[in-house]
Write a protein that binds this ligand. Sequence first.
Ligand SMILES: [Zn+2]
Length: 266
Amino acid sequence: MSEYLNDVNGLVIRTIDLQDNDRLLVLFTERYGKVTVYARGSRILKSKHMASSQQFCFSNFSLYKKGDRYWIKEAEPIESFYPLRENLQKMALASYICEVISDVVMEEQADVELLRLTLNSLYAIAKGTIPFVKIKGAFEIRAASILGFMPNVACCNRCAKSSTAYFLDVMNGTILCERCHEEDEALHSKGPLNEYEATHARIICVLPEEVRFAVEYAVTADLKHLLSFPLSAENEHFFAIAGEQYLLNHLERGFKTLDFYKEVNR
Ligand SMILES: [Zn+2]
């Protein structure tokens, strides 16, 4: 990357305070993917970078390179997502989303769809009118899909028939209807069917039809309307489990901020 990066729109996904009031920022940028930058004196209240260098702030940056580091020359906030900082539950969910993004986004690898998903999710959390269970689950399913783990949940993977409930095989990203699932369970009761199954856990999540639809919708919907799917209170729990199991198992890791989010909600 060049000595000067101008007109860089980026979301602050992580901040680390350094000596002398300097701060290290990890940005998820539109054009360059993940970029680590240094902000001089950004923790001093009168610093002109103060607002733009806070976590969750989406800003327009001008950067310059000194040595092997990028520093902030100018920064203009575009969207501060201020309400994320005034409520612990909102902050915890936004932090989880940013930790996931920080883990999956690479340097010099732009992903506009993933950035839009992240910004839209933060916007919905900040606004606070849509249940968090929908925002979190839709983010998890869609993020996994963008990262190459798109599930196929249109119909039963074996008989293609419709059913009132389905069973999602997380690692295969496919679903079975109740009848095919029962047959499958009978087969598996005798032991693993192949070498892969002998060394990997089968992770199965129950998807009532409404939740199957919600998952399919989260995979395919235009990001602008990503949260416009129905989800009744009795099915929230199934959607929450499916989203979380799907993302975490495909990324093969857990997140400290997710544990914190759960603690806050307890
Ligand atoms: Zn079937």
